[in-house]
Ligand binder design. Structure first.
Ligand code: NAP
Ligand code: ZN
Length: 352
């Protein structure tokens, strides 16, 4: 066991602050990683502020961070995929049972005994797992991803959550050339959704509540931008979408978007507002439309997504911040004021 530096919150209304945490010494299949960049996901904020208490109450202290890249510093005797000095990345999962039907299919996100990177029971040290707002971590090699060497690291970190969470449903629902895809909310997940849907060849429409993001949406790859609070603009797209990805983090009217789907179209929620959404029956019934959800992605697909990003030179658009600015960044996230992901430069942890 050794000590790592980390930022933790002691309670739902406490700011994140410097602390020391215990990490296990690498076992045979473990990879020890010096964390270089960690993205800030809106899920970190939901968890730190216990906004999902109805579904998964937060255990304090919490060290968030589930999208990070770093450099391997040490490996266990049985590790084959990594050696010291390699780049490595970790997302939202650090373990699963590896034997259930979901795990055997490479769909660890559906394993009922998977271990989240933070806030889940830690089978090695007791207590709960601690995430990537830290200088070092130890993870089983199965859950460590390879980072294409051409990717800029600060922008690669968010691929491990924002990237895979938008990539996976776009692939699952067959968003390709000839399809019309909507992306609702231009934040961390949304801007990655735009990049992927564009790269897959679809006609991409961004729905935003922030008129000031219009030019960025087009630059990121959207063909059209709709200000979703403008009913006339929305009406022009009625019944026309094959697929809509909803990334919104707060309460909003999903029925307005369901009406934009063509018959048999699907809208997938990846955004996870804390309170239940109201769904009207008629928009679903009349067009045999479907509404579904999607969590992150499995390890195999996460590696596929990273390799795709390597080939197409796709990374997140990031604002790099020192960890001392993390509480300010959270306040800005609530105001949808991020272009389009905060990425923490973990070297700043040494300055505290
Ligand atoms: P984010 O960067 O804060 O982006 C959310 C965007 O939603 C905002 O930029 C804003 O876009 C829009 N928005 C915010 N409040 C709104 C409101 N009241 N009405 C309408 N639109 C609003 O968040 P993120 O990190 O992308 O995460 C988005 C959501 O996905 C969060 O709930 C997060 O917990 C969840 N999540 C789920 C998974 C999963 O596995 N399913 C994984 C990661 C994250 P505009 O300014 O363009 O309107
Ligand atoms: Zn996330």
């Amino acid at each position: 066991m050794y000590n790592a530096r980390a930022y933790a919150a002691a309670g739902a209304t406490s700011p994140l602050a410097l602390t020391n945490i215990a990490r296990r010494d690498p076992k045979d299949h473990d990879v020890q990683i010096e964390i270089l960049y960690c993205g800030i996901c809106h899920s970190d904020l939901h968890a730190v502020r216990d906004e999902w208490s109805d579904f998964m109450p937060t255990v304090y202290p919490i060290v968030p961070g589930h999208e990070f890249v770093g450099r391997v510093t040490n490996v266990g005797a049985a590790v084959t995929k990594f050696k010291a000095g390699d780049l490595a990345a970790v997302g939202c999962l650090v373990d699963s049972d590896r034997s259930c039907a979901a795990c055997r299919d490479g769909l660890e996100q559906f394993c009922t005994s998977s271990t989240f990177t933070y806030g889940a029971p830690d089978t090695h040290l007791g207590g709960v797992t601690y995430g990537g707002y830290s200088d070092s971590v130890v993870v089983d090699e199965h859950f460590v991803l390879r980072v294409p060497p051409n990717l800029e690291l600060a922008g690669a970190a968010p691929l491990l959550c924002a990237g895979i969470t938008s990539y996976s449903p776009l692939r699952h629902w067959g968003v390709t050339r000839g399809k019309k895809a909507g992306i609702v909310g231009l934040g961390g997940l949304g801007h990655m959704g735009v990049k992927f849907a564009r790269a897959f060849g679809a006609h991409v429409v961004v729905f935003t509540t922030s008129p000031g993001k219009k030019d960025d949406a087009l630059r990121l790859g959207a063909d059209e931008v709709v200000v979703s609070r403008n009913a006339d603009e929305m009406q022009k797209h009625a019944g026309s979408f094959d697929f809509i990805l909803d990334t919104v983090s707060a309460a909003h009217d999903v029925n307005a978007f369901l009406n934009l789907l063509r018959h048999d179209g699907n809208m997938t929620l990846v955004g996870a507002p804390s309170k239940p959404l109201q769904v009207a029956a008629f928009p679903l019934i009349l067009g045999r439309r479907s509404l579904s959800g999607s969590p992150i992605g499995g390890i195999r697909e996460t590696q596929e997504m990273l390799d795709f990003c390597g080939e197409h030179n796709i990374t997140a658009d990031v604002e790099v911040i020192p960890i001392q600015k993390v509480n300010e960044a959270y306040d800005r996230l609530v105001k949808a004021d991020v272009k389009y992901r905060f990425s923490i430069d973990m070297a700043s942890l040494k300055a505290d």
